[in-house]
Design a protein around this ligand. Sequence first.
Ligand code: HEM
Length: 392
Amino acid sequence: MAELAPLDETITLEDLDRDPFPIYRRLRAEAPVCRVKAAGRTLLTKAADTKYVKDHPEIFSSDDPNTPMKRAFWAHTLMRKDGEAHLRERMAMAPAFAPKVIQTEWMPRYQKIAEDYVARLPKGEVVDLFAVLSGAYAARGLAILLGMEEASDEDMMEWSQALIEGAGNFGWRDAPFERADRANEGIHALLDRLQDRHRAEPNPSAFSAMLNADDPIEEKQIYSNIKIAIGGGINEPRDALNTTLYGLLTNPDQLEEVKRKGDWVKAFEEGIRWVAPISASSRLVTEDTEIRGHLIPKGDTVMTIQASANRDEDVVSDGEAFNVYRTDCLHQSFGNGPHFCQGTHVARRAVGVIMLPALFDRFPNMTIPDTDAVIWRGFGFRGPVEIPVLLQ
Ligand code: HEM
């Protein structure tokens, strides 16, 4: 009988939040399957293992009752379902993510938002792009795509943050759940108000597509999946944009080449490889199994660390470095298997095709005056939380 994976009692959640990458490097070398006490989970840090887990939902279920997500979202979202139940709900939202709809409906709107939001930034000043641009841009586009334009950028960002913090409230403290409750109340009130209009005037938004489907899913699930899109569709493009900007502005040679060749999508892909906005995902083990010779018992929760997989020496050379022109940018930042990110094409276009060139067009000589003033945070989700940039 195989033995359990080694137990680590030294790693703290604070260390992982501050800078997880040296820890991941060590784990990949010494204990690629490791029970990390502080996380209460078995961390998988090698690319082959993270992909294997996500590609085998029959052993590694998304339906983990031990996560606080259900409490935070007032329901089980599609992200926490498997098989047919998951597919049915994912398909309900799919019309809003069809390539043609993205191209003809959403991208012209994102283009206009990008122009407006970049135009209002002050020239010649140092501003924190996290605070004034990245989140608001993602929020406005998402509000339109989901069919809830009436929500302000501030509402959308607060709801997103509250839901994410509630879903990550592994200490089961009251305050994050109370904040998530307020977000749920705000979202439900707005969706209740908008229902009649979307029914009377069907349109390509996700809410309208779900309400007007031939065989609609339950209203409670429509609401919970709008909520998962709010939780999953703002912070990640925001962090992707800020991370890519940091990578480009601290590597001026690469930036020049990107500008010359218009390789903005390549830069975006490298940005999210380098620092995965969703760094970790949980899966519940449904039967005794083995990974790398270690027993992974039924009932255990494994955590796939895609942030580490993306830098795994077995698949990428010099993975710790930001390099737009690497030839091996095979990242797992959008996940794998049935839960592969539904917003991939929206995010890639919104950030890579639209926002990055729009920003450099207006501020071609942007710089980060003090890289120490850029603050990075996050274990489950990661990106700069402050990124002061001189706009010129
Ligand atoms: C760079 C930006 C983004 C990144 C890195 C990202 C990453 C991810 C990842 C890793 C997952 C899978 C989680 C798991 O396996 O448990 C996921 C799922 C999902 N994402 Fe994204 N995401 C991004 C942007 C977006 C956007 C803009 C939207 C909406 C417009 C979105 C909507 C979703 C949804 C609905 C799911 C759940 C899919 C399912 O469970 O079937 N994402 N995302």
